[in-house]
Design a protein around this ligand. Structure first.
Ligand code: NDP
Length: 476
């Protein structure tokens, strides 16, 4: 390496961290009836703040408040008026972007470069996009005057805490629904600051409620009789449990679950570009991404050249302090998640795959896992089938395009895929055959509020974003 970068840490003080945070119910921060939890900084494993959690009575209170706000205020309000609140919230999220980015990085462990350049700007863009829809719902393709669904219960995971909150809140509110949101146990902070922003924007009480807590609070939210719709993002197992619970209730449901995406690289691909796309596809956000390109499908004729380029590129990734602006791969969000990654990687060794690990030094403390590549992977191996949700890439080979399609589709999931080729016709041919909700060509991990996102099969159903995403929150 020609030179070493000097550390360039963002100041943790920008997060305006408070010693304690509380649930947000009916327009106020309240003492939750649940046992308070301590949220940790995964880069140090030190506590960041104490967070009050919701009891089942708090869930009841929040749903009742959301029902009242829906019937009396938010549902009847003209879309143009609702839009003003959403535009205000979107503007303040943009204004407080630096604070939110640092807070997200502290609570989640993701590199500041990603929270600053992806999570927070995309969240703000999503709010602006849906604010624009609020008075134009007659053009959503659901008839001239579509109606809101009612009260929404939403449960979100820890990998994109602010962004996932906004993916649920923005369309729900734009369409005239009210919402009760449960953030993940390990990452509640930015959703609570978002609630503060909403309160400052004058959002009427009860329209948005945020209930921190563990999985039992999530279960109490999604199972509540007072809801009209549930929106869940998280693991396939919990998604299935929720689907069973809601079956026959008449309540609407969208599920955004796991993935095991194929990133297909043909031998005519622009190799340097493809290498960067593969690296971004799996190491972005430590691989804690439901649409991560966790299976590289590589055409056999370029195996040696591509793998050399790939390893050389991965060697340049910096793993370390998430607040350092030079860091590419940050901390793993929690100890249980790190254990899961370690176990699945060990299964790769045990089943005979060949493990290669970047030589980048890891910090002495905190939750870290080095960028790892398994080659010689067979389709039956656990590292090829299970969602590792960490910085671990599994490499499989193919000879012909038909074989690439068969292998890409040999998964219970169907969320995303990537295709790398210089031939447009080949890209289209492949995209038509890969069974995934989102297919990127010569790029990866592109998110835009105008583009619907979602999967099918065990990756769930329903779409978030774009005009299609509104359907989940409207009745024709
Ligand atoms: P979960 O599905 O358990 O968590 C997602 C959210 O659901 C969290 O807010 C969680 O609360 C909540 N929750 C947990 N149990 C229930 C329940 N019974 N009813 C309602 N809500 C519930 O995922 P994990 O965080 O445990 O991660 C496990 C694995 O899932 C990962 O390794 C990864 O493979 C996959 N995953 C996929 C995601 C995706 O975006 N597709 C996101 C997250 C995980 P709490 O935080 O308290 O557990």
């Amino acid at each position: 390496m020609a030179w070493e970068y000097a550390p360039a840490p963002e100041s943790a003080a920008l997060a305006n961290l408070k010693p304690a945070y509380r649930p947000f119910v009916d327009g106020e921060f309240v003492d939750g009836g649940g046992e308070p939890l301590k949220t940790l900084n995964p880069a140090t494993e030190e506590p960041l703040a104490e967070v009050g959690t919701a009891s089942h009575e708090d869930v009841d209170r929040a749903v009742t408040a959301a029902r009242r706000a829906y019937e009396q205020v938010w549902g009847p309000m003209p879309g143009a008026e609702r839009a003003k609140y959403l535009f205000r919230i979107a503007r303040v999220v943009a204004e407080r972007a630096r604070e939110l980015a640092v807070l997200e990085t502290l609570d989640n462990g993701k590199p500041i470069r990603e929270s600053r350049d992806v999570d927070v700007p995309t969240a703000s863009a999503h709010l602006f996009h849906h604010a624009g829809w609020a008075d134009k719902l007659g053009y959503a393709g659901l008839g001239p005057d579509p109606k809101p669904v009612g009260v929404v219960g939403a449960v979100i995971p820890w990998n994109f805490p602010l962004l996932m909150a906004v993916w649920k809140i923005a369309p729900a509110l734009a369409c005239g629904n009210t919402i009760v949101l449960k953030p993940a146990e390990t990452t509640p902070l930015t959703a609570l600051v978002l609630a503060e922003i909403a309160a400052d924007a004058g959002l009427p009480p009860g329209v948005l409620n945020v209930l921190p807590g563990a999985g039992d609070v999530g279960a109490a939210v999604v199972g509540h009789d007072g809801l009209d719709k549930v929106a869940f993002t998280g693991s396939t197992d919990v998604g299935k449990e929720i689907q069973r619970r809601l079956a026959g209730t008449g309540r609407r449901l969208t599920l955004e679950l796991g993935g095991k995406a194929a990133n297909i690289v043909y031998d005519d691909a622009p190799l340097d570009q493809a290498v960067d796309g593969v690296v971004d596809g799996i190491f972005f956000n430590q691989g804690h991404v439901c649409c991560a390109g966790s299976r590289l499908l590589l055409q056999e004729s370029i195996e040696q050249e591509f793998m050399e380029l790939l390893r050389a590129r991965i060697e340049t990734l910096r793993v370390g302090d998430p607040l350092d602006k030079n860091t590419d791969v940050g901390a793993i969000n929690s100890r249980p998640q790190l254990d899961r990654i370690v176990d699945l990687a060990a299964a790769g060794d045990a089943e005979g795959a060949h493990r290669w690990t970047s030589s980048c030094p890891l910090p002495e403390r905190g939750l870290f896992f080095p960028p790892t590549v398994f080659s010689g992977v067979e389709q039956t191996m656990r590292v090829a089938r299970e969602e590792i949700f960490g910085p671990v890439l599994s490499v499989l080979m193919f000879r012909t395009p038909d074989e690439a399609i068969v292998k890409a589709n040999n998964t219970p999931y169907g969320l995303s895929a990537g295709i790398w080729t210089e031939k447009g016709s080949k890209a289209l041919w492949t995209a038509q055959r890969v069974r995934a909700g989102v297919v990127w060509t010569n790029t990866f991990n592109r998110f835009d509020p105008t583009a619907p996102f979602g999967g099918y099969r065990e990756s769930g159903f329903g779409r978030e974003g774009g005009q299609v995403g509104l359907e989940a929150y409207l009745n024709a």
